[in-house]
Design a protein around this ligand. Structure first.
Ligand code: PLP
Length: 428
C-alpha cells in the first residue's frame, strides 16, 4: 500500500475542525452551542440571481476555462463602474471559489516568499505549504488594529532585497473586521511598487464594507495587483462555489499559466452558476436595496457586539466590514494562565465547554502562540427573516434595540461570554 505525500505531514487539521468537533459533541450531549466561529453569510442569495439559476438549470455545456464571455464582460463593466479600473472581459478569470483561485495562483507563480500580515485568513498558509512556498508572517501592532504598516513591509524587504515576493492582503479583514484607509493603501502601494511585489488583494468582503466605501488596492498599484473576489460573502452564495480574479494586463503570463492549471484540474465552473452570476453583476434597484439592508444589519450587529464587549475591557479593532470581530482577552492573562490555559486554542476550547460559545483561536490566523485573541463571527441570526422584515418596514431604525429584538442568539451568546469573562476575576 502506498503512503501519503510527505508534504501532508506538514499540514495539520484546521483549528476550525477541532472547534466544530467539540461543538458537535456538546450538541450531542444536549448543550446549546452558539456558532460564533462560523464564517458564512447569514443572508439568502438575491432573488433575481436564484431565479436566473433556475432558468439556466438546462445549461450543460463545458464553458471556456477562464469563464463565460458574457459574464466576464459584465464583471469587467462592474469593476469599471465601481472603481474606475480599466478592466474588460480579457482580464477576468472565473473559478470554483476564490479559495481555489488563490491556490491555483500559488501553484502557478514563482516567488521565494509569501508575505502574510499577522493575523491573516486560515487557508493561505496551508495552501503555501501544499505548493511548497516559504511563508513569512509580517509583524503588526495592536495600536494599528493589527494592520500591516508600510514601514514594517519595507523593513522586511530591506533585509534581503533580492528575494522575489508575493503578498496576500485581505480587507475588509477576516479575522479583524477592519479595513485599510485610502492613505494606508497608498502607502503600502508605494512600497509594493518599489519592491516589485505581486499582490493578491483578497477583497472578497469588499462589497460587505458596512458603509459601501470599499476601495481597491488596484487603484493605487494597478500593474501588480490581482483582485480576488466572488459571490460567497456579499451575495450569500458560499456553497455555489464561484470566485473571480481580476488581472492587470502586465500579469497576463500568470493568468495564462493559471488557465493551464485550471484546464487540467477543474476545467470550468458549473455552467448554470456562471449564467446566474451574470445577474449578480448587473446592478439594479433590487441589488442596491439588498446591499444597503444587509450592510446596515451587519453594521448594527457588529456595533452591538463591539459595544458590549469593549464596555468590560475586551479590546478589538472597530468593525468596518465583513462579519468578524477580533476580541482580545490579554487583560485576563494571569487568570487564564492560572487555569492552565496557555494559548488561544486552549482558551477557545475551554470557553466553548463552559459557555457553549464557539470562537476561533487567534493561533489559526497565525497570531502569536501565547496571545489570547479569537475570531468572533457575528452571523448567528436568521438573515433571511431579518432581511424580509427590513424590506417590509422601510425606514425602520436598525440600531441596538433592533439587534436586541431580532438577534436573540447573538445577545444571549454575548451575555454568556461577558459573564464568563468577568467570572475569571473571581478565580483565586
Ligand atoms: N478569503 C477570505 C478572507 C475568506 O474569508 C474566504 C472564505 O471564508 C475566502 C477567501 C474564500 O471564499 P470562496 O472560496 O468562497 O470564494
Amino acid at each position: 500500500m502506498t503512503g501519503l505525500n510527505p508534504i501532508m505531514v506538514k499540514v495539520k487539521p484546521s483549528a476550525t475542525l477541532a472547534i466544530n468537533e467539540l461543538s458537535a459533541k456538546l450538541i450531542l450531549e444536549g448543550k446549546e452551542v452558539f456558532r460564533l466561529g462560523f464564517g458564512q453569510s447569514p443572508f439568502p442569495v438575491p432573488n433575481k440571481v436564484v431565479e436566473a439559476l433556475k432558468k439556466n438549470a438546462h445549461q450543460k455545456d463545458y464553458l471556456p476555462v477562464q469563464g463565460l464571455k458574457s459574464l466576464r464582460e459584465e464583471i469587467g463593466s462592474f469593476f469599471r463602474r465601481r472603481y474606475g479600473l480599466l478592466v474588460g472581459a480579457e482580464e477576468v478569470f472565473i473559478g470554483p471559489g476564490s479559495k481555489e483561485l488563490i491556490y491555483n495562483f500559488q501553484v502557478s507563480c514563482a516567488f521565494n516568499e509569501l508575505l502574510l500580515p499577522t493575523p491573516s485568513w486560515v487557508s493561505y498558509e496551508p495552501q503555501a505549504i501544499l505548493t511548497g512556498h516559504k511563508i513569512v508572517w509580517l509583524p503588526t501592532k495592536k495600536e494599528n488594529g493589527w494592520k500591516l504598516d508600510a514601514k514594517a513591509l519595507e523593513e522586511h524587504c530591506k533585509k534581503d532585497p533580492d528575494q522575489k515576493r508575493a503578498i496576500i492582503l485581505n480587507y475588509p479583514s477576516n479575522p479583524l473586521g477592519n479595513t485599510y484607509s485610502d492613505e494606508e493603501l497608498q502607502a503600502l502601494a508605494e512600497v509594493l511598487r518599489k519592491k516589485q511585489i505581486i499582490v493578491i488583494a483578497d477583497e472578497i468582503y469588499g462589497e460587505v464594507h458596512h458603509e459601501g466605501q470599499h476601495q481597491t488596492m488596484a487603484k493605487y498599484y494597478p500593474e501588480g495587483t490581482i483582485i480576488s473576489t466572488g459571490l460567497s460573502k456579499w451575495a450569500g452564495a458560499g456553497g455555489w462555489r464561484f470566485g473571480v480574479f481580476v488581472f492587470p494586463p502586465q500579469l497576463k503570463y500568470l493568468q495564462n499559466a493559471m488557465a493551464i492549471v485550471a484546464s487540467e484540474t477543474f476545467t470550468s465552473v458549473s455552467a448554470p452558476i456562471q449564467y446566474a452570476a451574470v445577474e449578480a453583476y448587473k446592478e439594479d434597484e433590487s441589488l442596491r436595496l439588498y446591499l444597503e439592508h444587509t450592510r446596515k444589519i451587519l453594521k448594527a450587529v457588529a456595533l452591538y457586539v463591539y459595544g458590549e464587549l469593549t464596555t468590560i475591557g475586551i479590546s478589538m479593532p472597530k468593525p468596518e466590514g465583513g462579519f468578524y470581530l477580533y476580541p482580545n482577552f490579554e487583560k485576563w492573562r494571569p487568570y487564564l494562565i492560572s487555569m492552565g490555559l496557555t494559548n488561544s486554542e486552549d482558551f477557545c476550547s475551554h470557553l466553548l465547554s463552559e459557555t457553549g460559545v464557539a470562537l476561533l483561536p487567534g493561533m489559526a490566523f497565525g497570531h502569536l502562540h501565547d496571545h489570547f485573541a479569537a475570531r468572533l463571527s457575528y452571523v448567528d441570526f436568521d438573515g433571511e427573516k431579518i432581511l424580509q422584515y427590513v424590506m417590509e418596514n422601510p425606514g425602520i431604525n436598525i440600531d441596538k434595540g433592533f439587534v436586541e429584538n431580532h438577534c436573540a442568539r447573538i445577545v444571549l451568546a454575548i451575555k454568556r461570554l461577558i459573564t464568563w469573562t468577568l467570572s475569571l476575576e473571581k478565580i483565586q
